[in-house]
Design a protein around this ligand. Structure first.
Ligand code: 2PG
Ligand code: MG
Length: 393
C-alpha cells in the first residue's frame, strides 16, 4: 500500500497580497501541492484559521508525524485523524487552514497514485453520482460591497449561462463580460472597467439594481436573453440597509430583471427574513445561504427546519475538511437544495474546487469574473475536465 512519506508547508501569497499556506505531500513516488483560500467577507460561524506561521508549525510538528505511513486513499481516516488531533468544534487548535490544506493534498496524492483525475477520486470518496454535467457558471460581472471601493451595497452581480457545457457557457459569459465592460466604460467612465477582488467590474452605480439593468441590456444586444440568468450575492452581513427596506428591492429585482439566484439576502442570524423571502418567492428564485450556513451541517439543519433557503453555497474552507464538505453536499442534495460550490475573495491558483464541483455534480460554481489569474485557473481546469469527460463538446 502506497503511503504518505512526507508533508511540508510554506507560506505563499494569495490574490490580495495576504499570506496563506501551500502544502507539499509526497508518497508512492509522487509529489503534490495544495494551497487554500481565505474569505474577505467571512461568516462568523466559519471554521477558524490560525496565523500562517502557527499553521505551518502545526503541520510539521503535529500533523506530519501522525499521518506519515497512512494511506492517502483513505480520506475518511485522514480527515477523522485531523479532526481528532484538533479536538475543537471550530478547528481553532490546529487551524482550518492547516487541516484543509493537508486534507486536499492527501486527495491529490491519492488521485496521482491511482492514476486518475482528481474529480474521479473525489467521486469515489463521495460514493455517488455518475453524471457528466458541468456545473453552471456563476460569473461575477460586477462587484460591490467589501470587494470593491464603490457605492454598491451588494457584493456580487452574476451572469449565469444556462448551458451545462463549460465551453458553451464560457463563450456566452465571455461575450457578456466583454460587452458589459464596453457598456460601463462608455456610460460610467473609464475607471468603471477596473476589477474588484474577484474580477468583476466596479462601476460606481448609486442604485443597487443598476448592474442588472446593464446585464439585461447587454444580453438583449447579444441576443442571448434566453440563454442566461442573473444572480446577486448581497453578502448582507456588510450591507447597512435594513431587512425591511431590502425586501422590496429583491421583489423589484425579480419583477424587473427576473432574478434567478439570491445569496445571503439578509444577515447571518436572520433565518426568519430568509424564510419570509423564500416563502414569498417559492421556488421561483434560489434563495441561497452562504454566511448563513457556512458549509456547516448544524447551521444547514437549522435553515432546513425553518424553511429559510432552497440553495446553499459550499466552500471547503468554511468547514475545513473534504469529508465534512462532502457530507454537507449530500445533505443539501437530499433536501433538493441547489448546490453551488464557491471560491473565496482571497484565493490562490489552486483549482481543487473545479474537480470538487464536477465530482459531486454540483448545480453551479462561483469562480469570479473572467479577468483575474486565480479565477481563470479554475475556469481552465473545468475546461480540462470537460475535455477529459466529454471530448465531443
Ligand atoms: C462570497 C465569497 C466568494 P468571500 O461571499 O460568496 O464570492 O466572498 O470569500 O469574501 O466571503
Ligand atoms: Mg457569499
Amino acid at each position: 500500500m502506497p503511503s504518505i512519506e512526507s508533508i511540508s508547508a510554506r507560506k505563499i501569497l494569495n490574490s490580495r497580497g495576504g499570506w496563506t499556506i501551500e502544502v507539499t505531500m509526497r508518497g508512492g513516488g509522487k509529489e503534490v501541492i495544495a494551497s487554500i483560500p481565505e474569505g474577505e467577507s467571512k461568516g462568523s460561524h466559519e471554521a477558524h484559521y490560525v496565523p500562517v506561521g502557527k499553521a505551518i508549525q502545526n503541520i510539521t510538528e503535529v500533523i506530519e508525524p501522525i499521518l506519515k505511513g497512512r494511506d492517502p486513499e483513505n480520506q475518511g481516516d485522514i480527515d477523522k485523524t485531523l479532526l481528532e488531533l484538533d479536538g475543537t468544534t471550530n478547528k481553532s487548535k490546529l487551524g482550518a487552514n492547516a487541516i484543509l490544506s493537508v486534507s486536499i493534498a492527501a486527495s491529490r496524492l491519492a488521485a496521482e497514485i491511482k492514476g486518475v483525475p482528481l474529480w474521479k477520486h473525489l467521486r469515489d470518496i463521495y460514493g455517488k453520482g455518475e453524471g457528466t454535467n458541468a456545473p453552471r457558471l456563476y460569473i461575477n460581472c460586477t462587484e460591490g460591497g467589501v470587494h470593491a471601493g464603490t457605492q454598491l451595497d451588494f457584493q456580487e452581480y452574476l451572469v449565469i449561462p444556462k448551458s451545462r457545457s463549460v465551453k458553451e457557457a464560457i463563450q456566452i459569459g465571455k461575450e457578456m463580460y466583454r460587452l458589459i465592460r464596453e457598456y460601463v466604460k462608455t456610460n460610467v467612465g473609464p475607471s468603471a472597467v477596473n476589477v474588484g477582488d474577484e474580477g468583476g467590474f466596479t462601476p460606481n452605480f448609486k442604485n443597487n439594481l443598476e448592474p442588472l439593468k446593464v446585464f439585461q441590456k447587454v444580453a438583449k444586444a447579444l441576443a442571448v436573453q434566453g440563454l442566461v440568468d442573473f444572480g446577486i450575492d448581497a453578502a448582507a452581513n456588510n450591507v447597512r440597509v435594513s431587512a425591511k427596506k431590502l425586501l422590496p428591492i429583491y421583489k423589484e429585482a425579480k419583477e424587473k430583471y427576473n432574478l434567478f439566484f439570491l445569496e445571503d439576502p439578509f444577515k447571518e442570524e436572520d433565518f426568519s427574513h430568509f424564510e419570509k423571502l423564500h416563502e414569498m418567492f417559492g421556488n421561483d428564485i434560489v434563495v441561497c445561504g452562504d454566511d448563513l450556513t457556512t458549509t456547516n451541517i448544524e447551521r444547514m439543519k437549522r435553515a432546513h427546519e425553518k424553511g429559510s433557503i432552497n440553495g446553499v453555497i459550499i466552500k471547503p474552507n468554511q468547514i475545513g475538511s473534504i469529508s465534512e464538505t462532502l457530507e454537507a453536499v449530500k445533505l443539501a442534495k437530499e433536501w433538493n437544495w441547489t448546490v453551488v460550490v464557491s471560491h473565496r475573495g482571497q484565493d490562490t491558483n489552486d483549482d481543487f474546487i473545479a474537480d470538487l464541483a464536477y465530482a459531486v455534480q454540483a448545480d453551479g460554481i462561483k469562480l469570479g469574473g473572467l479577468g483575474r489569474g486565480e479565477r481563470i485557473a479554475k475556469y481552465n481546469r473545468l475546461l480540462a475536465i470537460e475535455t477529459q469527460t466529454r471530448p465531443t463538446f
